[in-house]
Write a protein that binds this ligand. Sequence first.
Ligand code: ZN
Ligand code: ZN
Length: 356
Amino acid sequence: MSIESRQARMDAVLEAEGLDALIVTDLVNVRYLCGYVGSNGVLVITSTGRVLLTDSRYATDARERTRGVDVVIAGRDLMDRLDEVVGTGRVGFEAEQVSVARRDRFAAHLTGVELVPTAGLVEGLRVVKEPEEIAAIREAARIADTAYTRLIAEGFGGRTEAEVAWALEGWMRDAGAEGASFDIIVASGVHGALPHAVPRGVAVAPDTLVVVDMGALVDGYASDCTRTFATGPLPAALDEAYRVCLEAQRAALAACGPGVHTGDLDAAARGIISGAGLGEKFGHGLGHGVGLDIHERPWLRQQGGEVLETGMVVTIEPGIYLEGVGGVRIEDQAVITDDGCEVLTCITTDLITTSA
Ligand code: ZN
Ligand code: ZN
């Protein structure tokens, strides 16, 4: 990974922001900027270099794994060595991530410092992916595809929703994933009307729709893919909902490319669902960026003020949720290319009927 180039770009951000130093506490940002993967690390960037503060549990791993930083071992709360590495002047901290209590601890341990709240500085670098990052996401998407292929071949097999979720995670691990990229959703029948349903200990229902939303984790990078399956002949309302959702999803994918406003892309899908009289049943945004975090910039939503760029990785995932009946969501993950987008999740989105 191009950690050195990320560090150089981050130095330029500090200069542009007029900061003498930045205290990076978000562990995903710390990982992105120096490769540290432990649970207790703070990266301090100054005009003279970078220091990773961690505790003795991570000393060996941090020294082996990180690049372009001096590793300093501090006490468990990492505050005792903070003053000596931060220096003085305007010192930024990640305001959206730091608690009020932690900010107060910074202030108590630092002298000659003006603490400056910042937001999204590292996230702004993360939004356009490097080729190595796209390769990891592509592999994560491929692994999830293999689990979907096996699910389609085997059917739900009389399993409960929770058992299906656990089987899918196992298949992804067997195929080389570090794990699932988030808690897998398996929601059948009326439960499918809950966009973030938690799998239940009840058997997958026949003659309805089943929403399955999952992704794999590879080198810390996430994939994210939803497919909705039929378990037999469908009630007319669900049949119609699937058809409309798929039309909306395909329209958004066709419109997806560099220079496109995320709000316009959301509107491309939402217009089709609204045109079918189901606009109120699509309550969430069209999609989101994916990388080291499962949900990150850019946000594809109605008020989306972002413009897509080549190298961004996004999901396109309209859904229609009919309370008391069931639901459908169809989600692909795609990388923005110079002339459109390339879908990384390759399982068909045509409606597949499999056994409950
Ligand atoms: Zn998803
Ligand atoms: Zn998603």
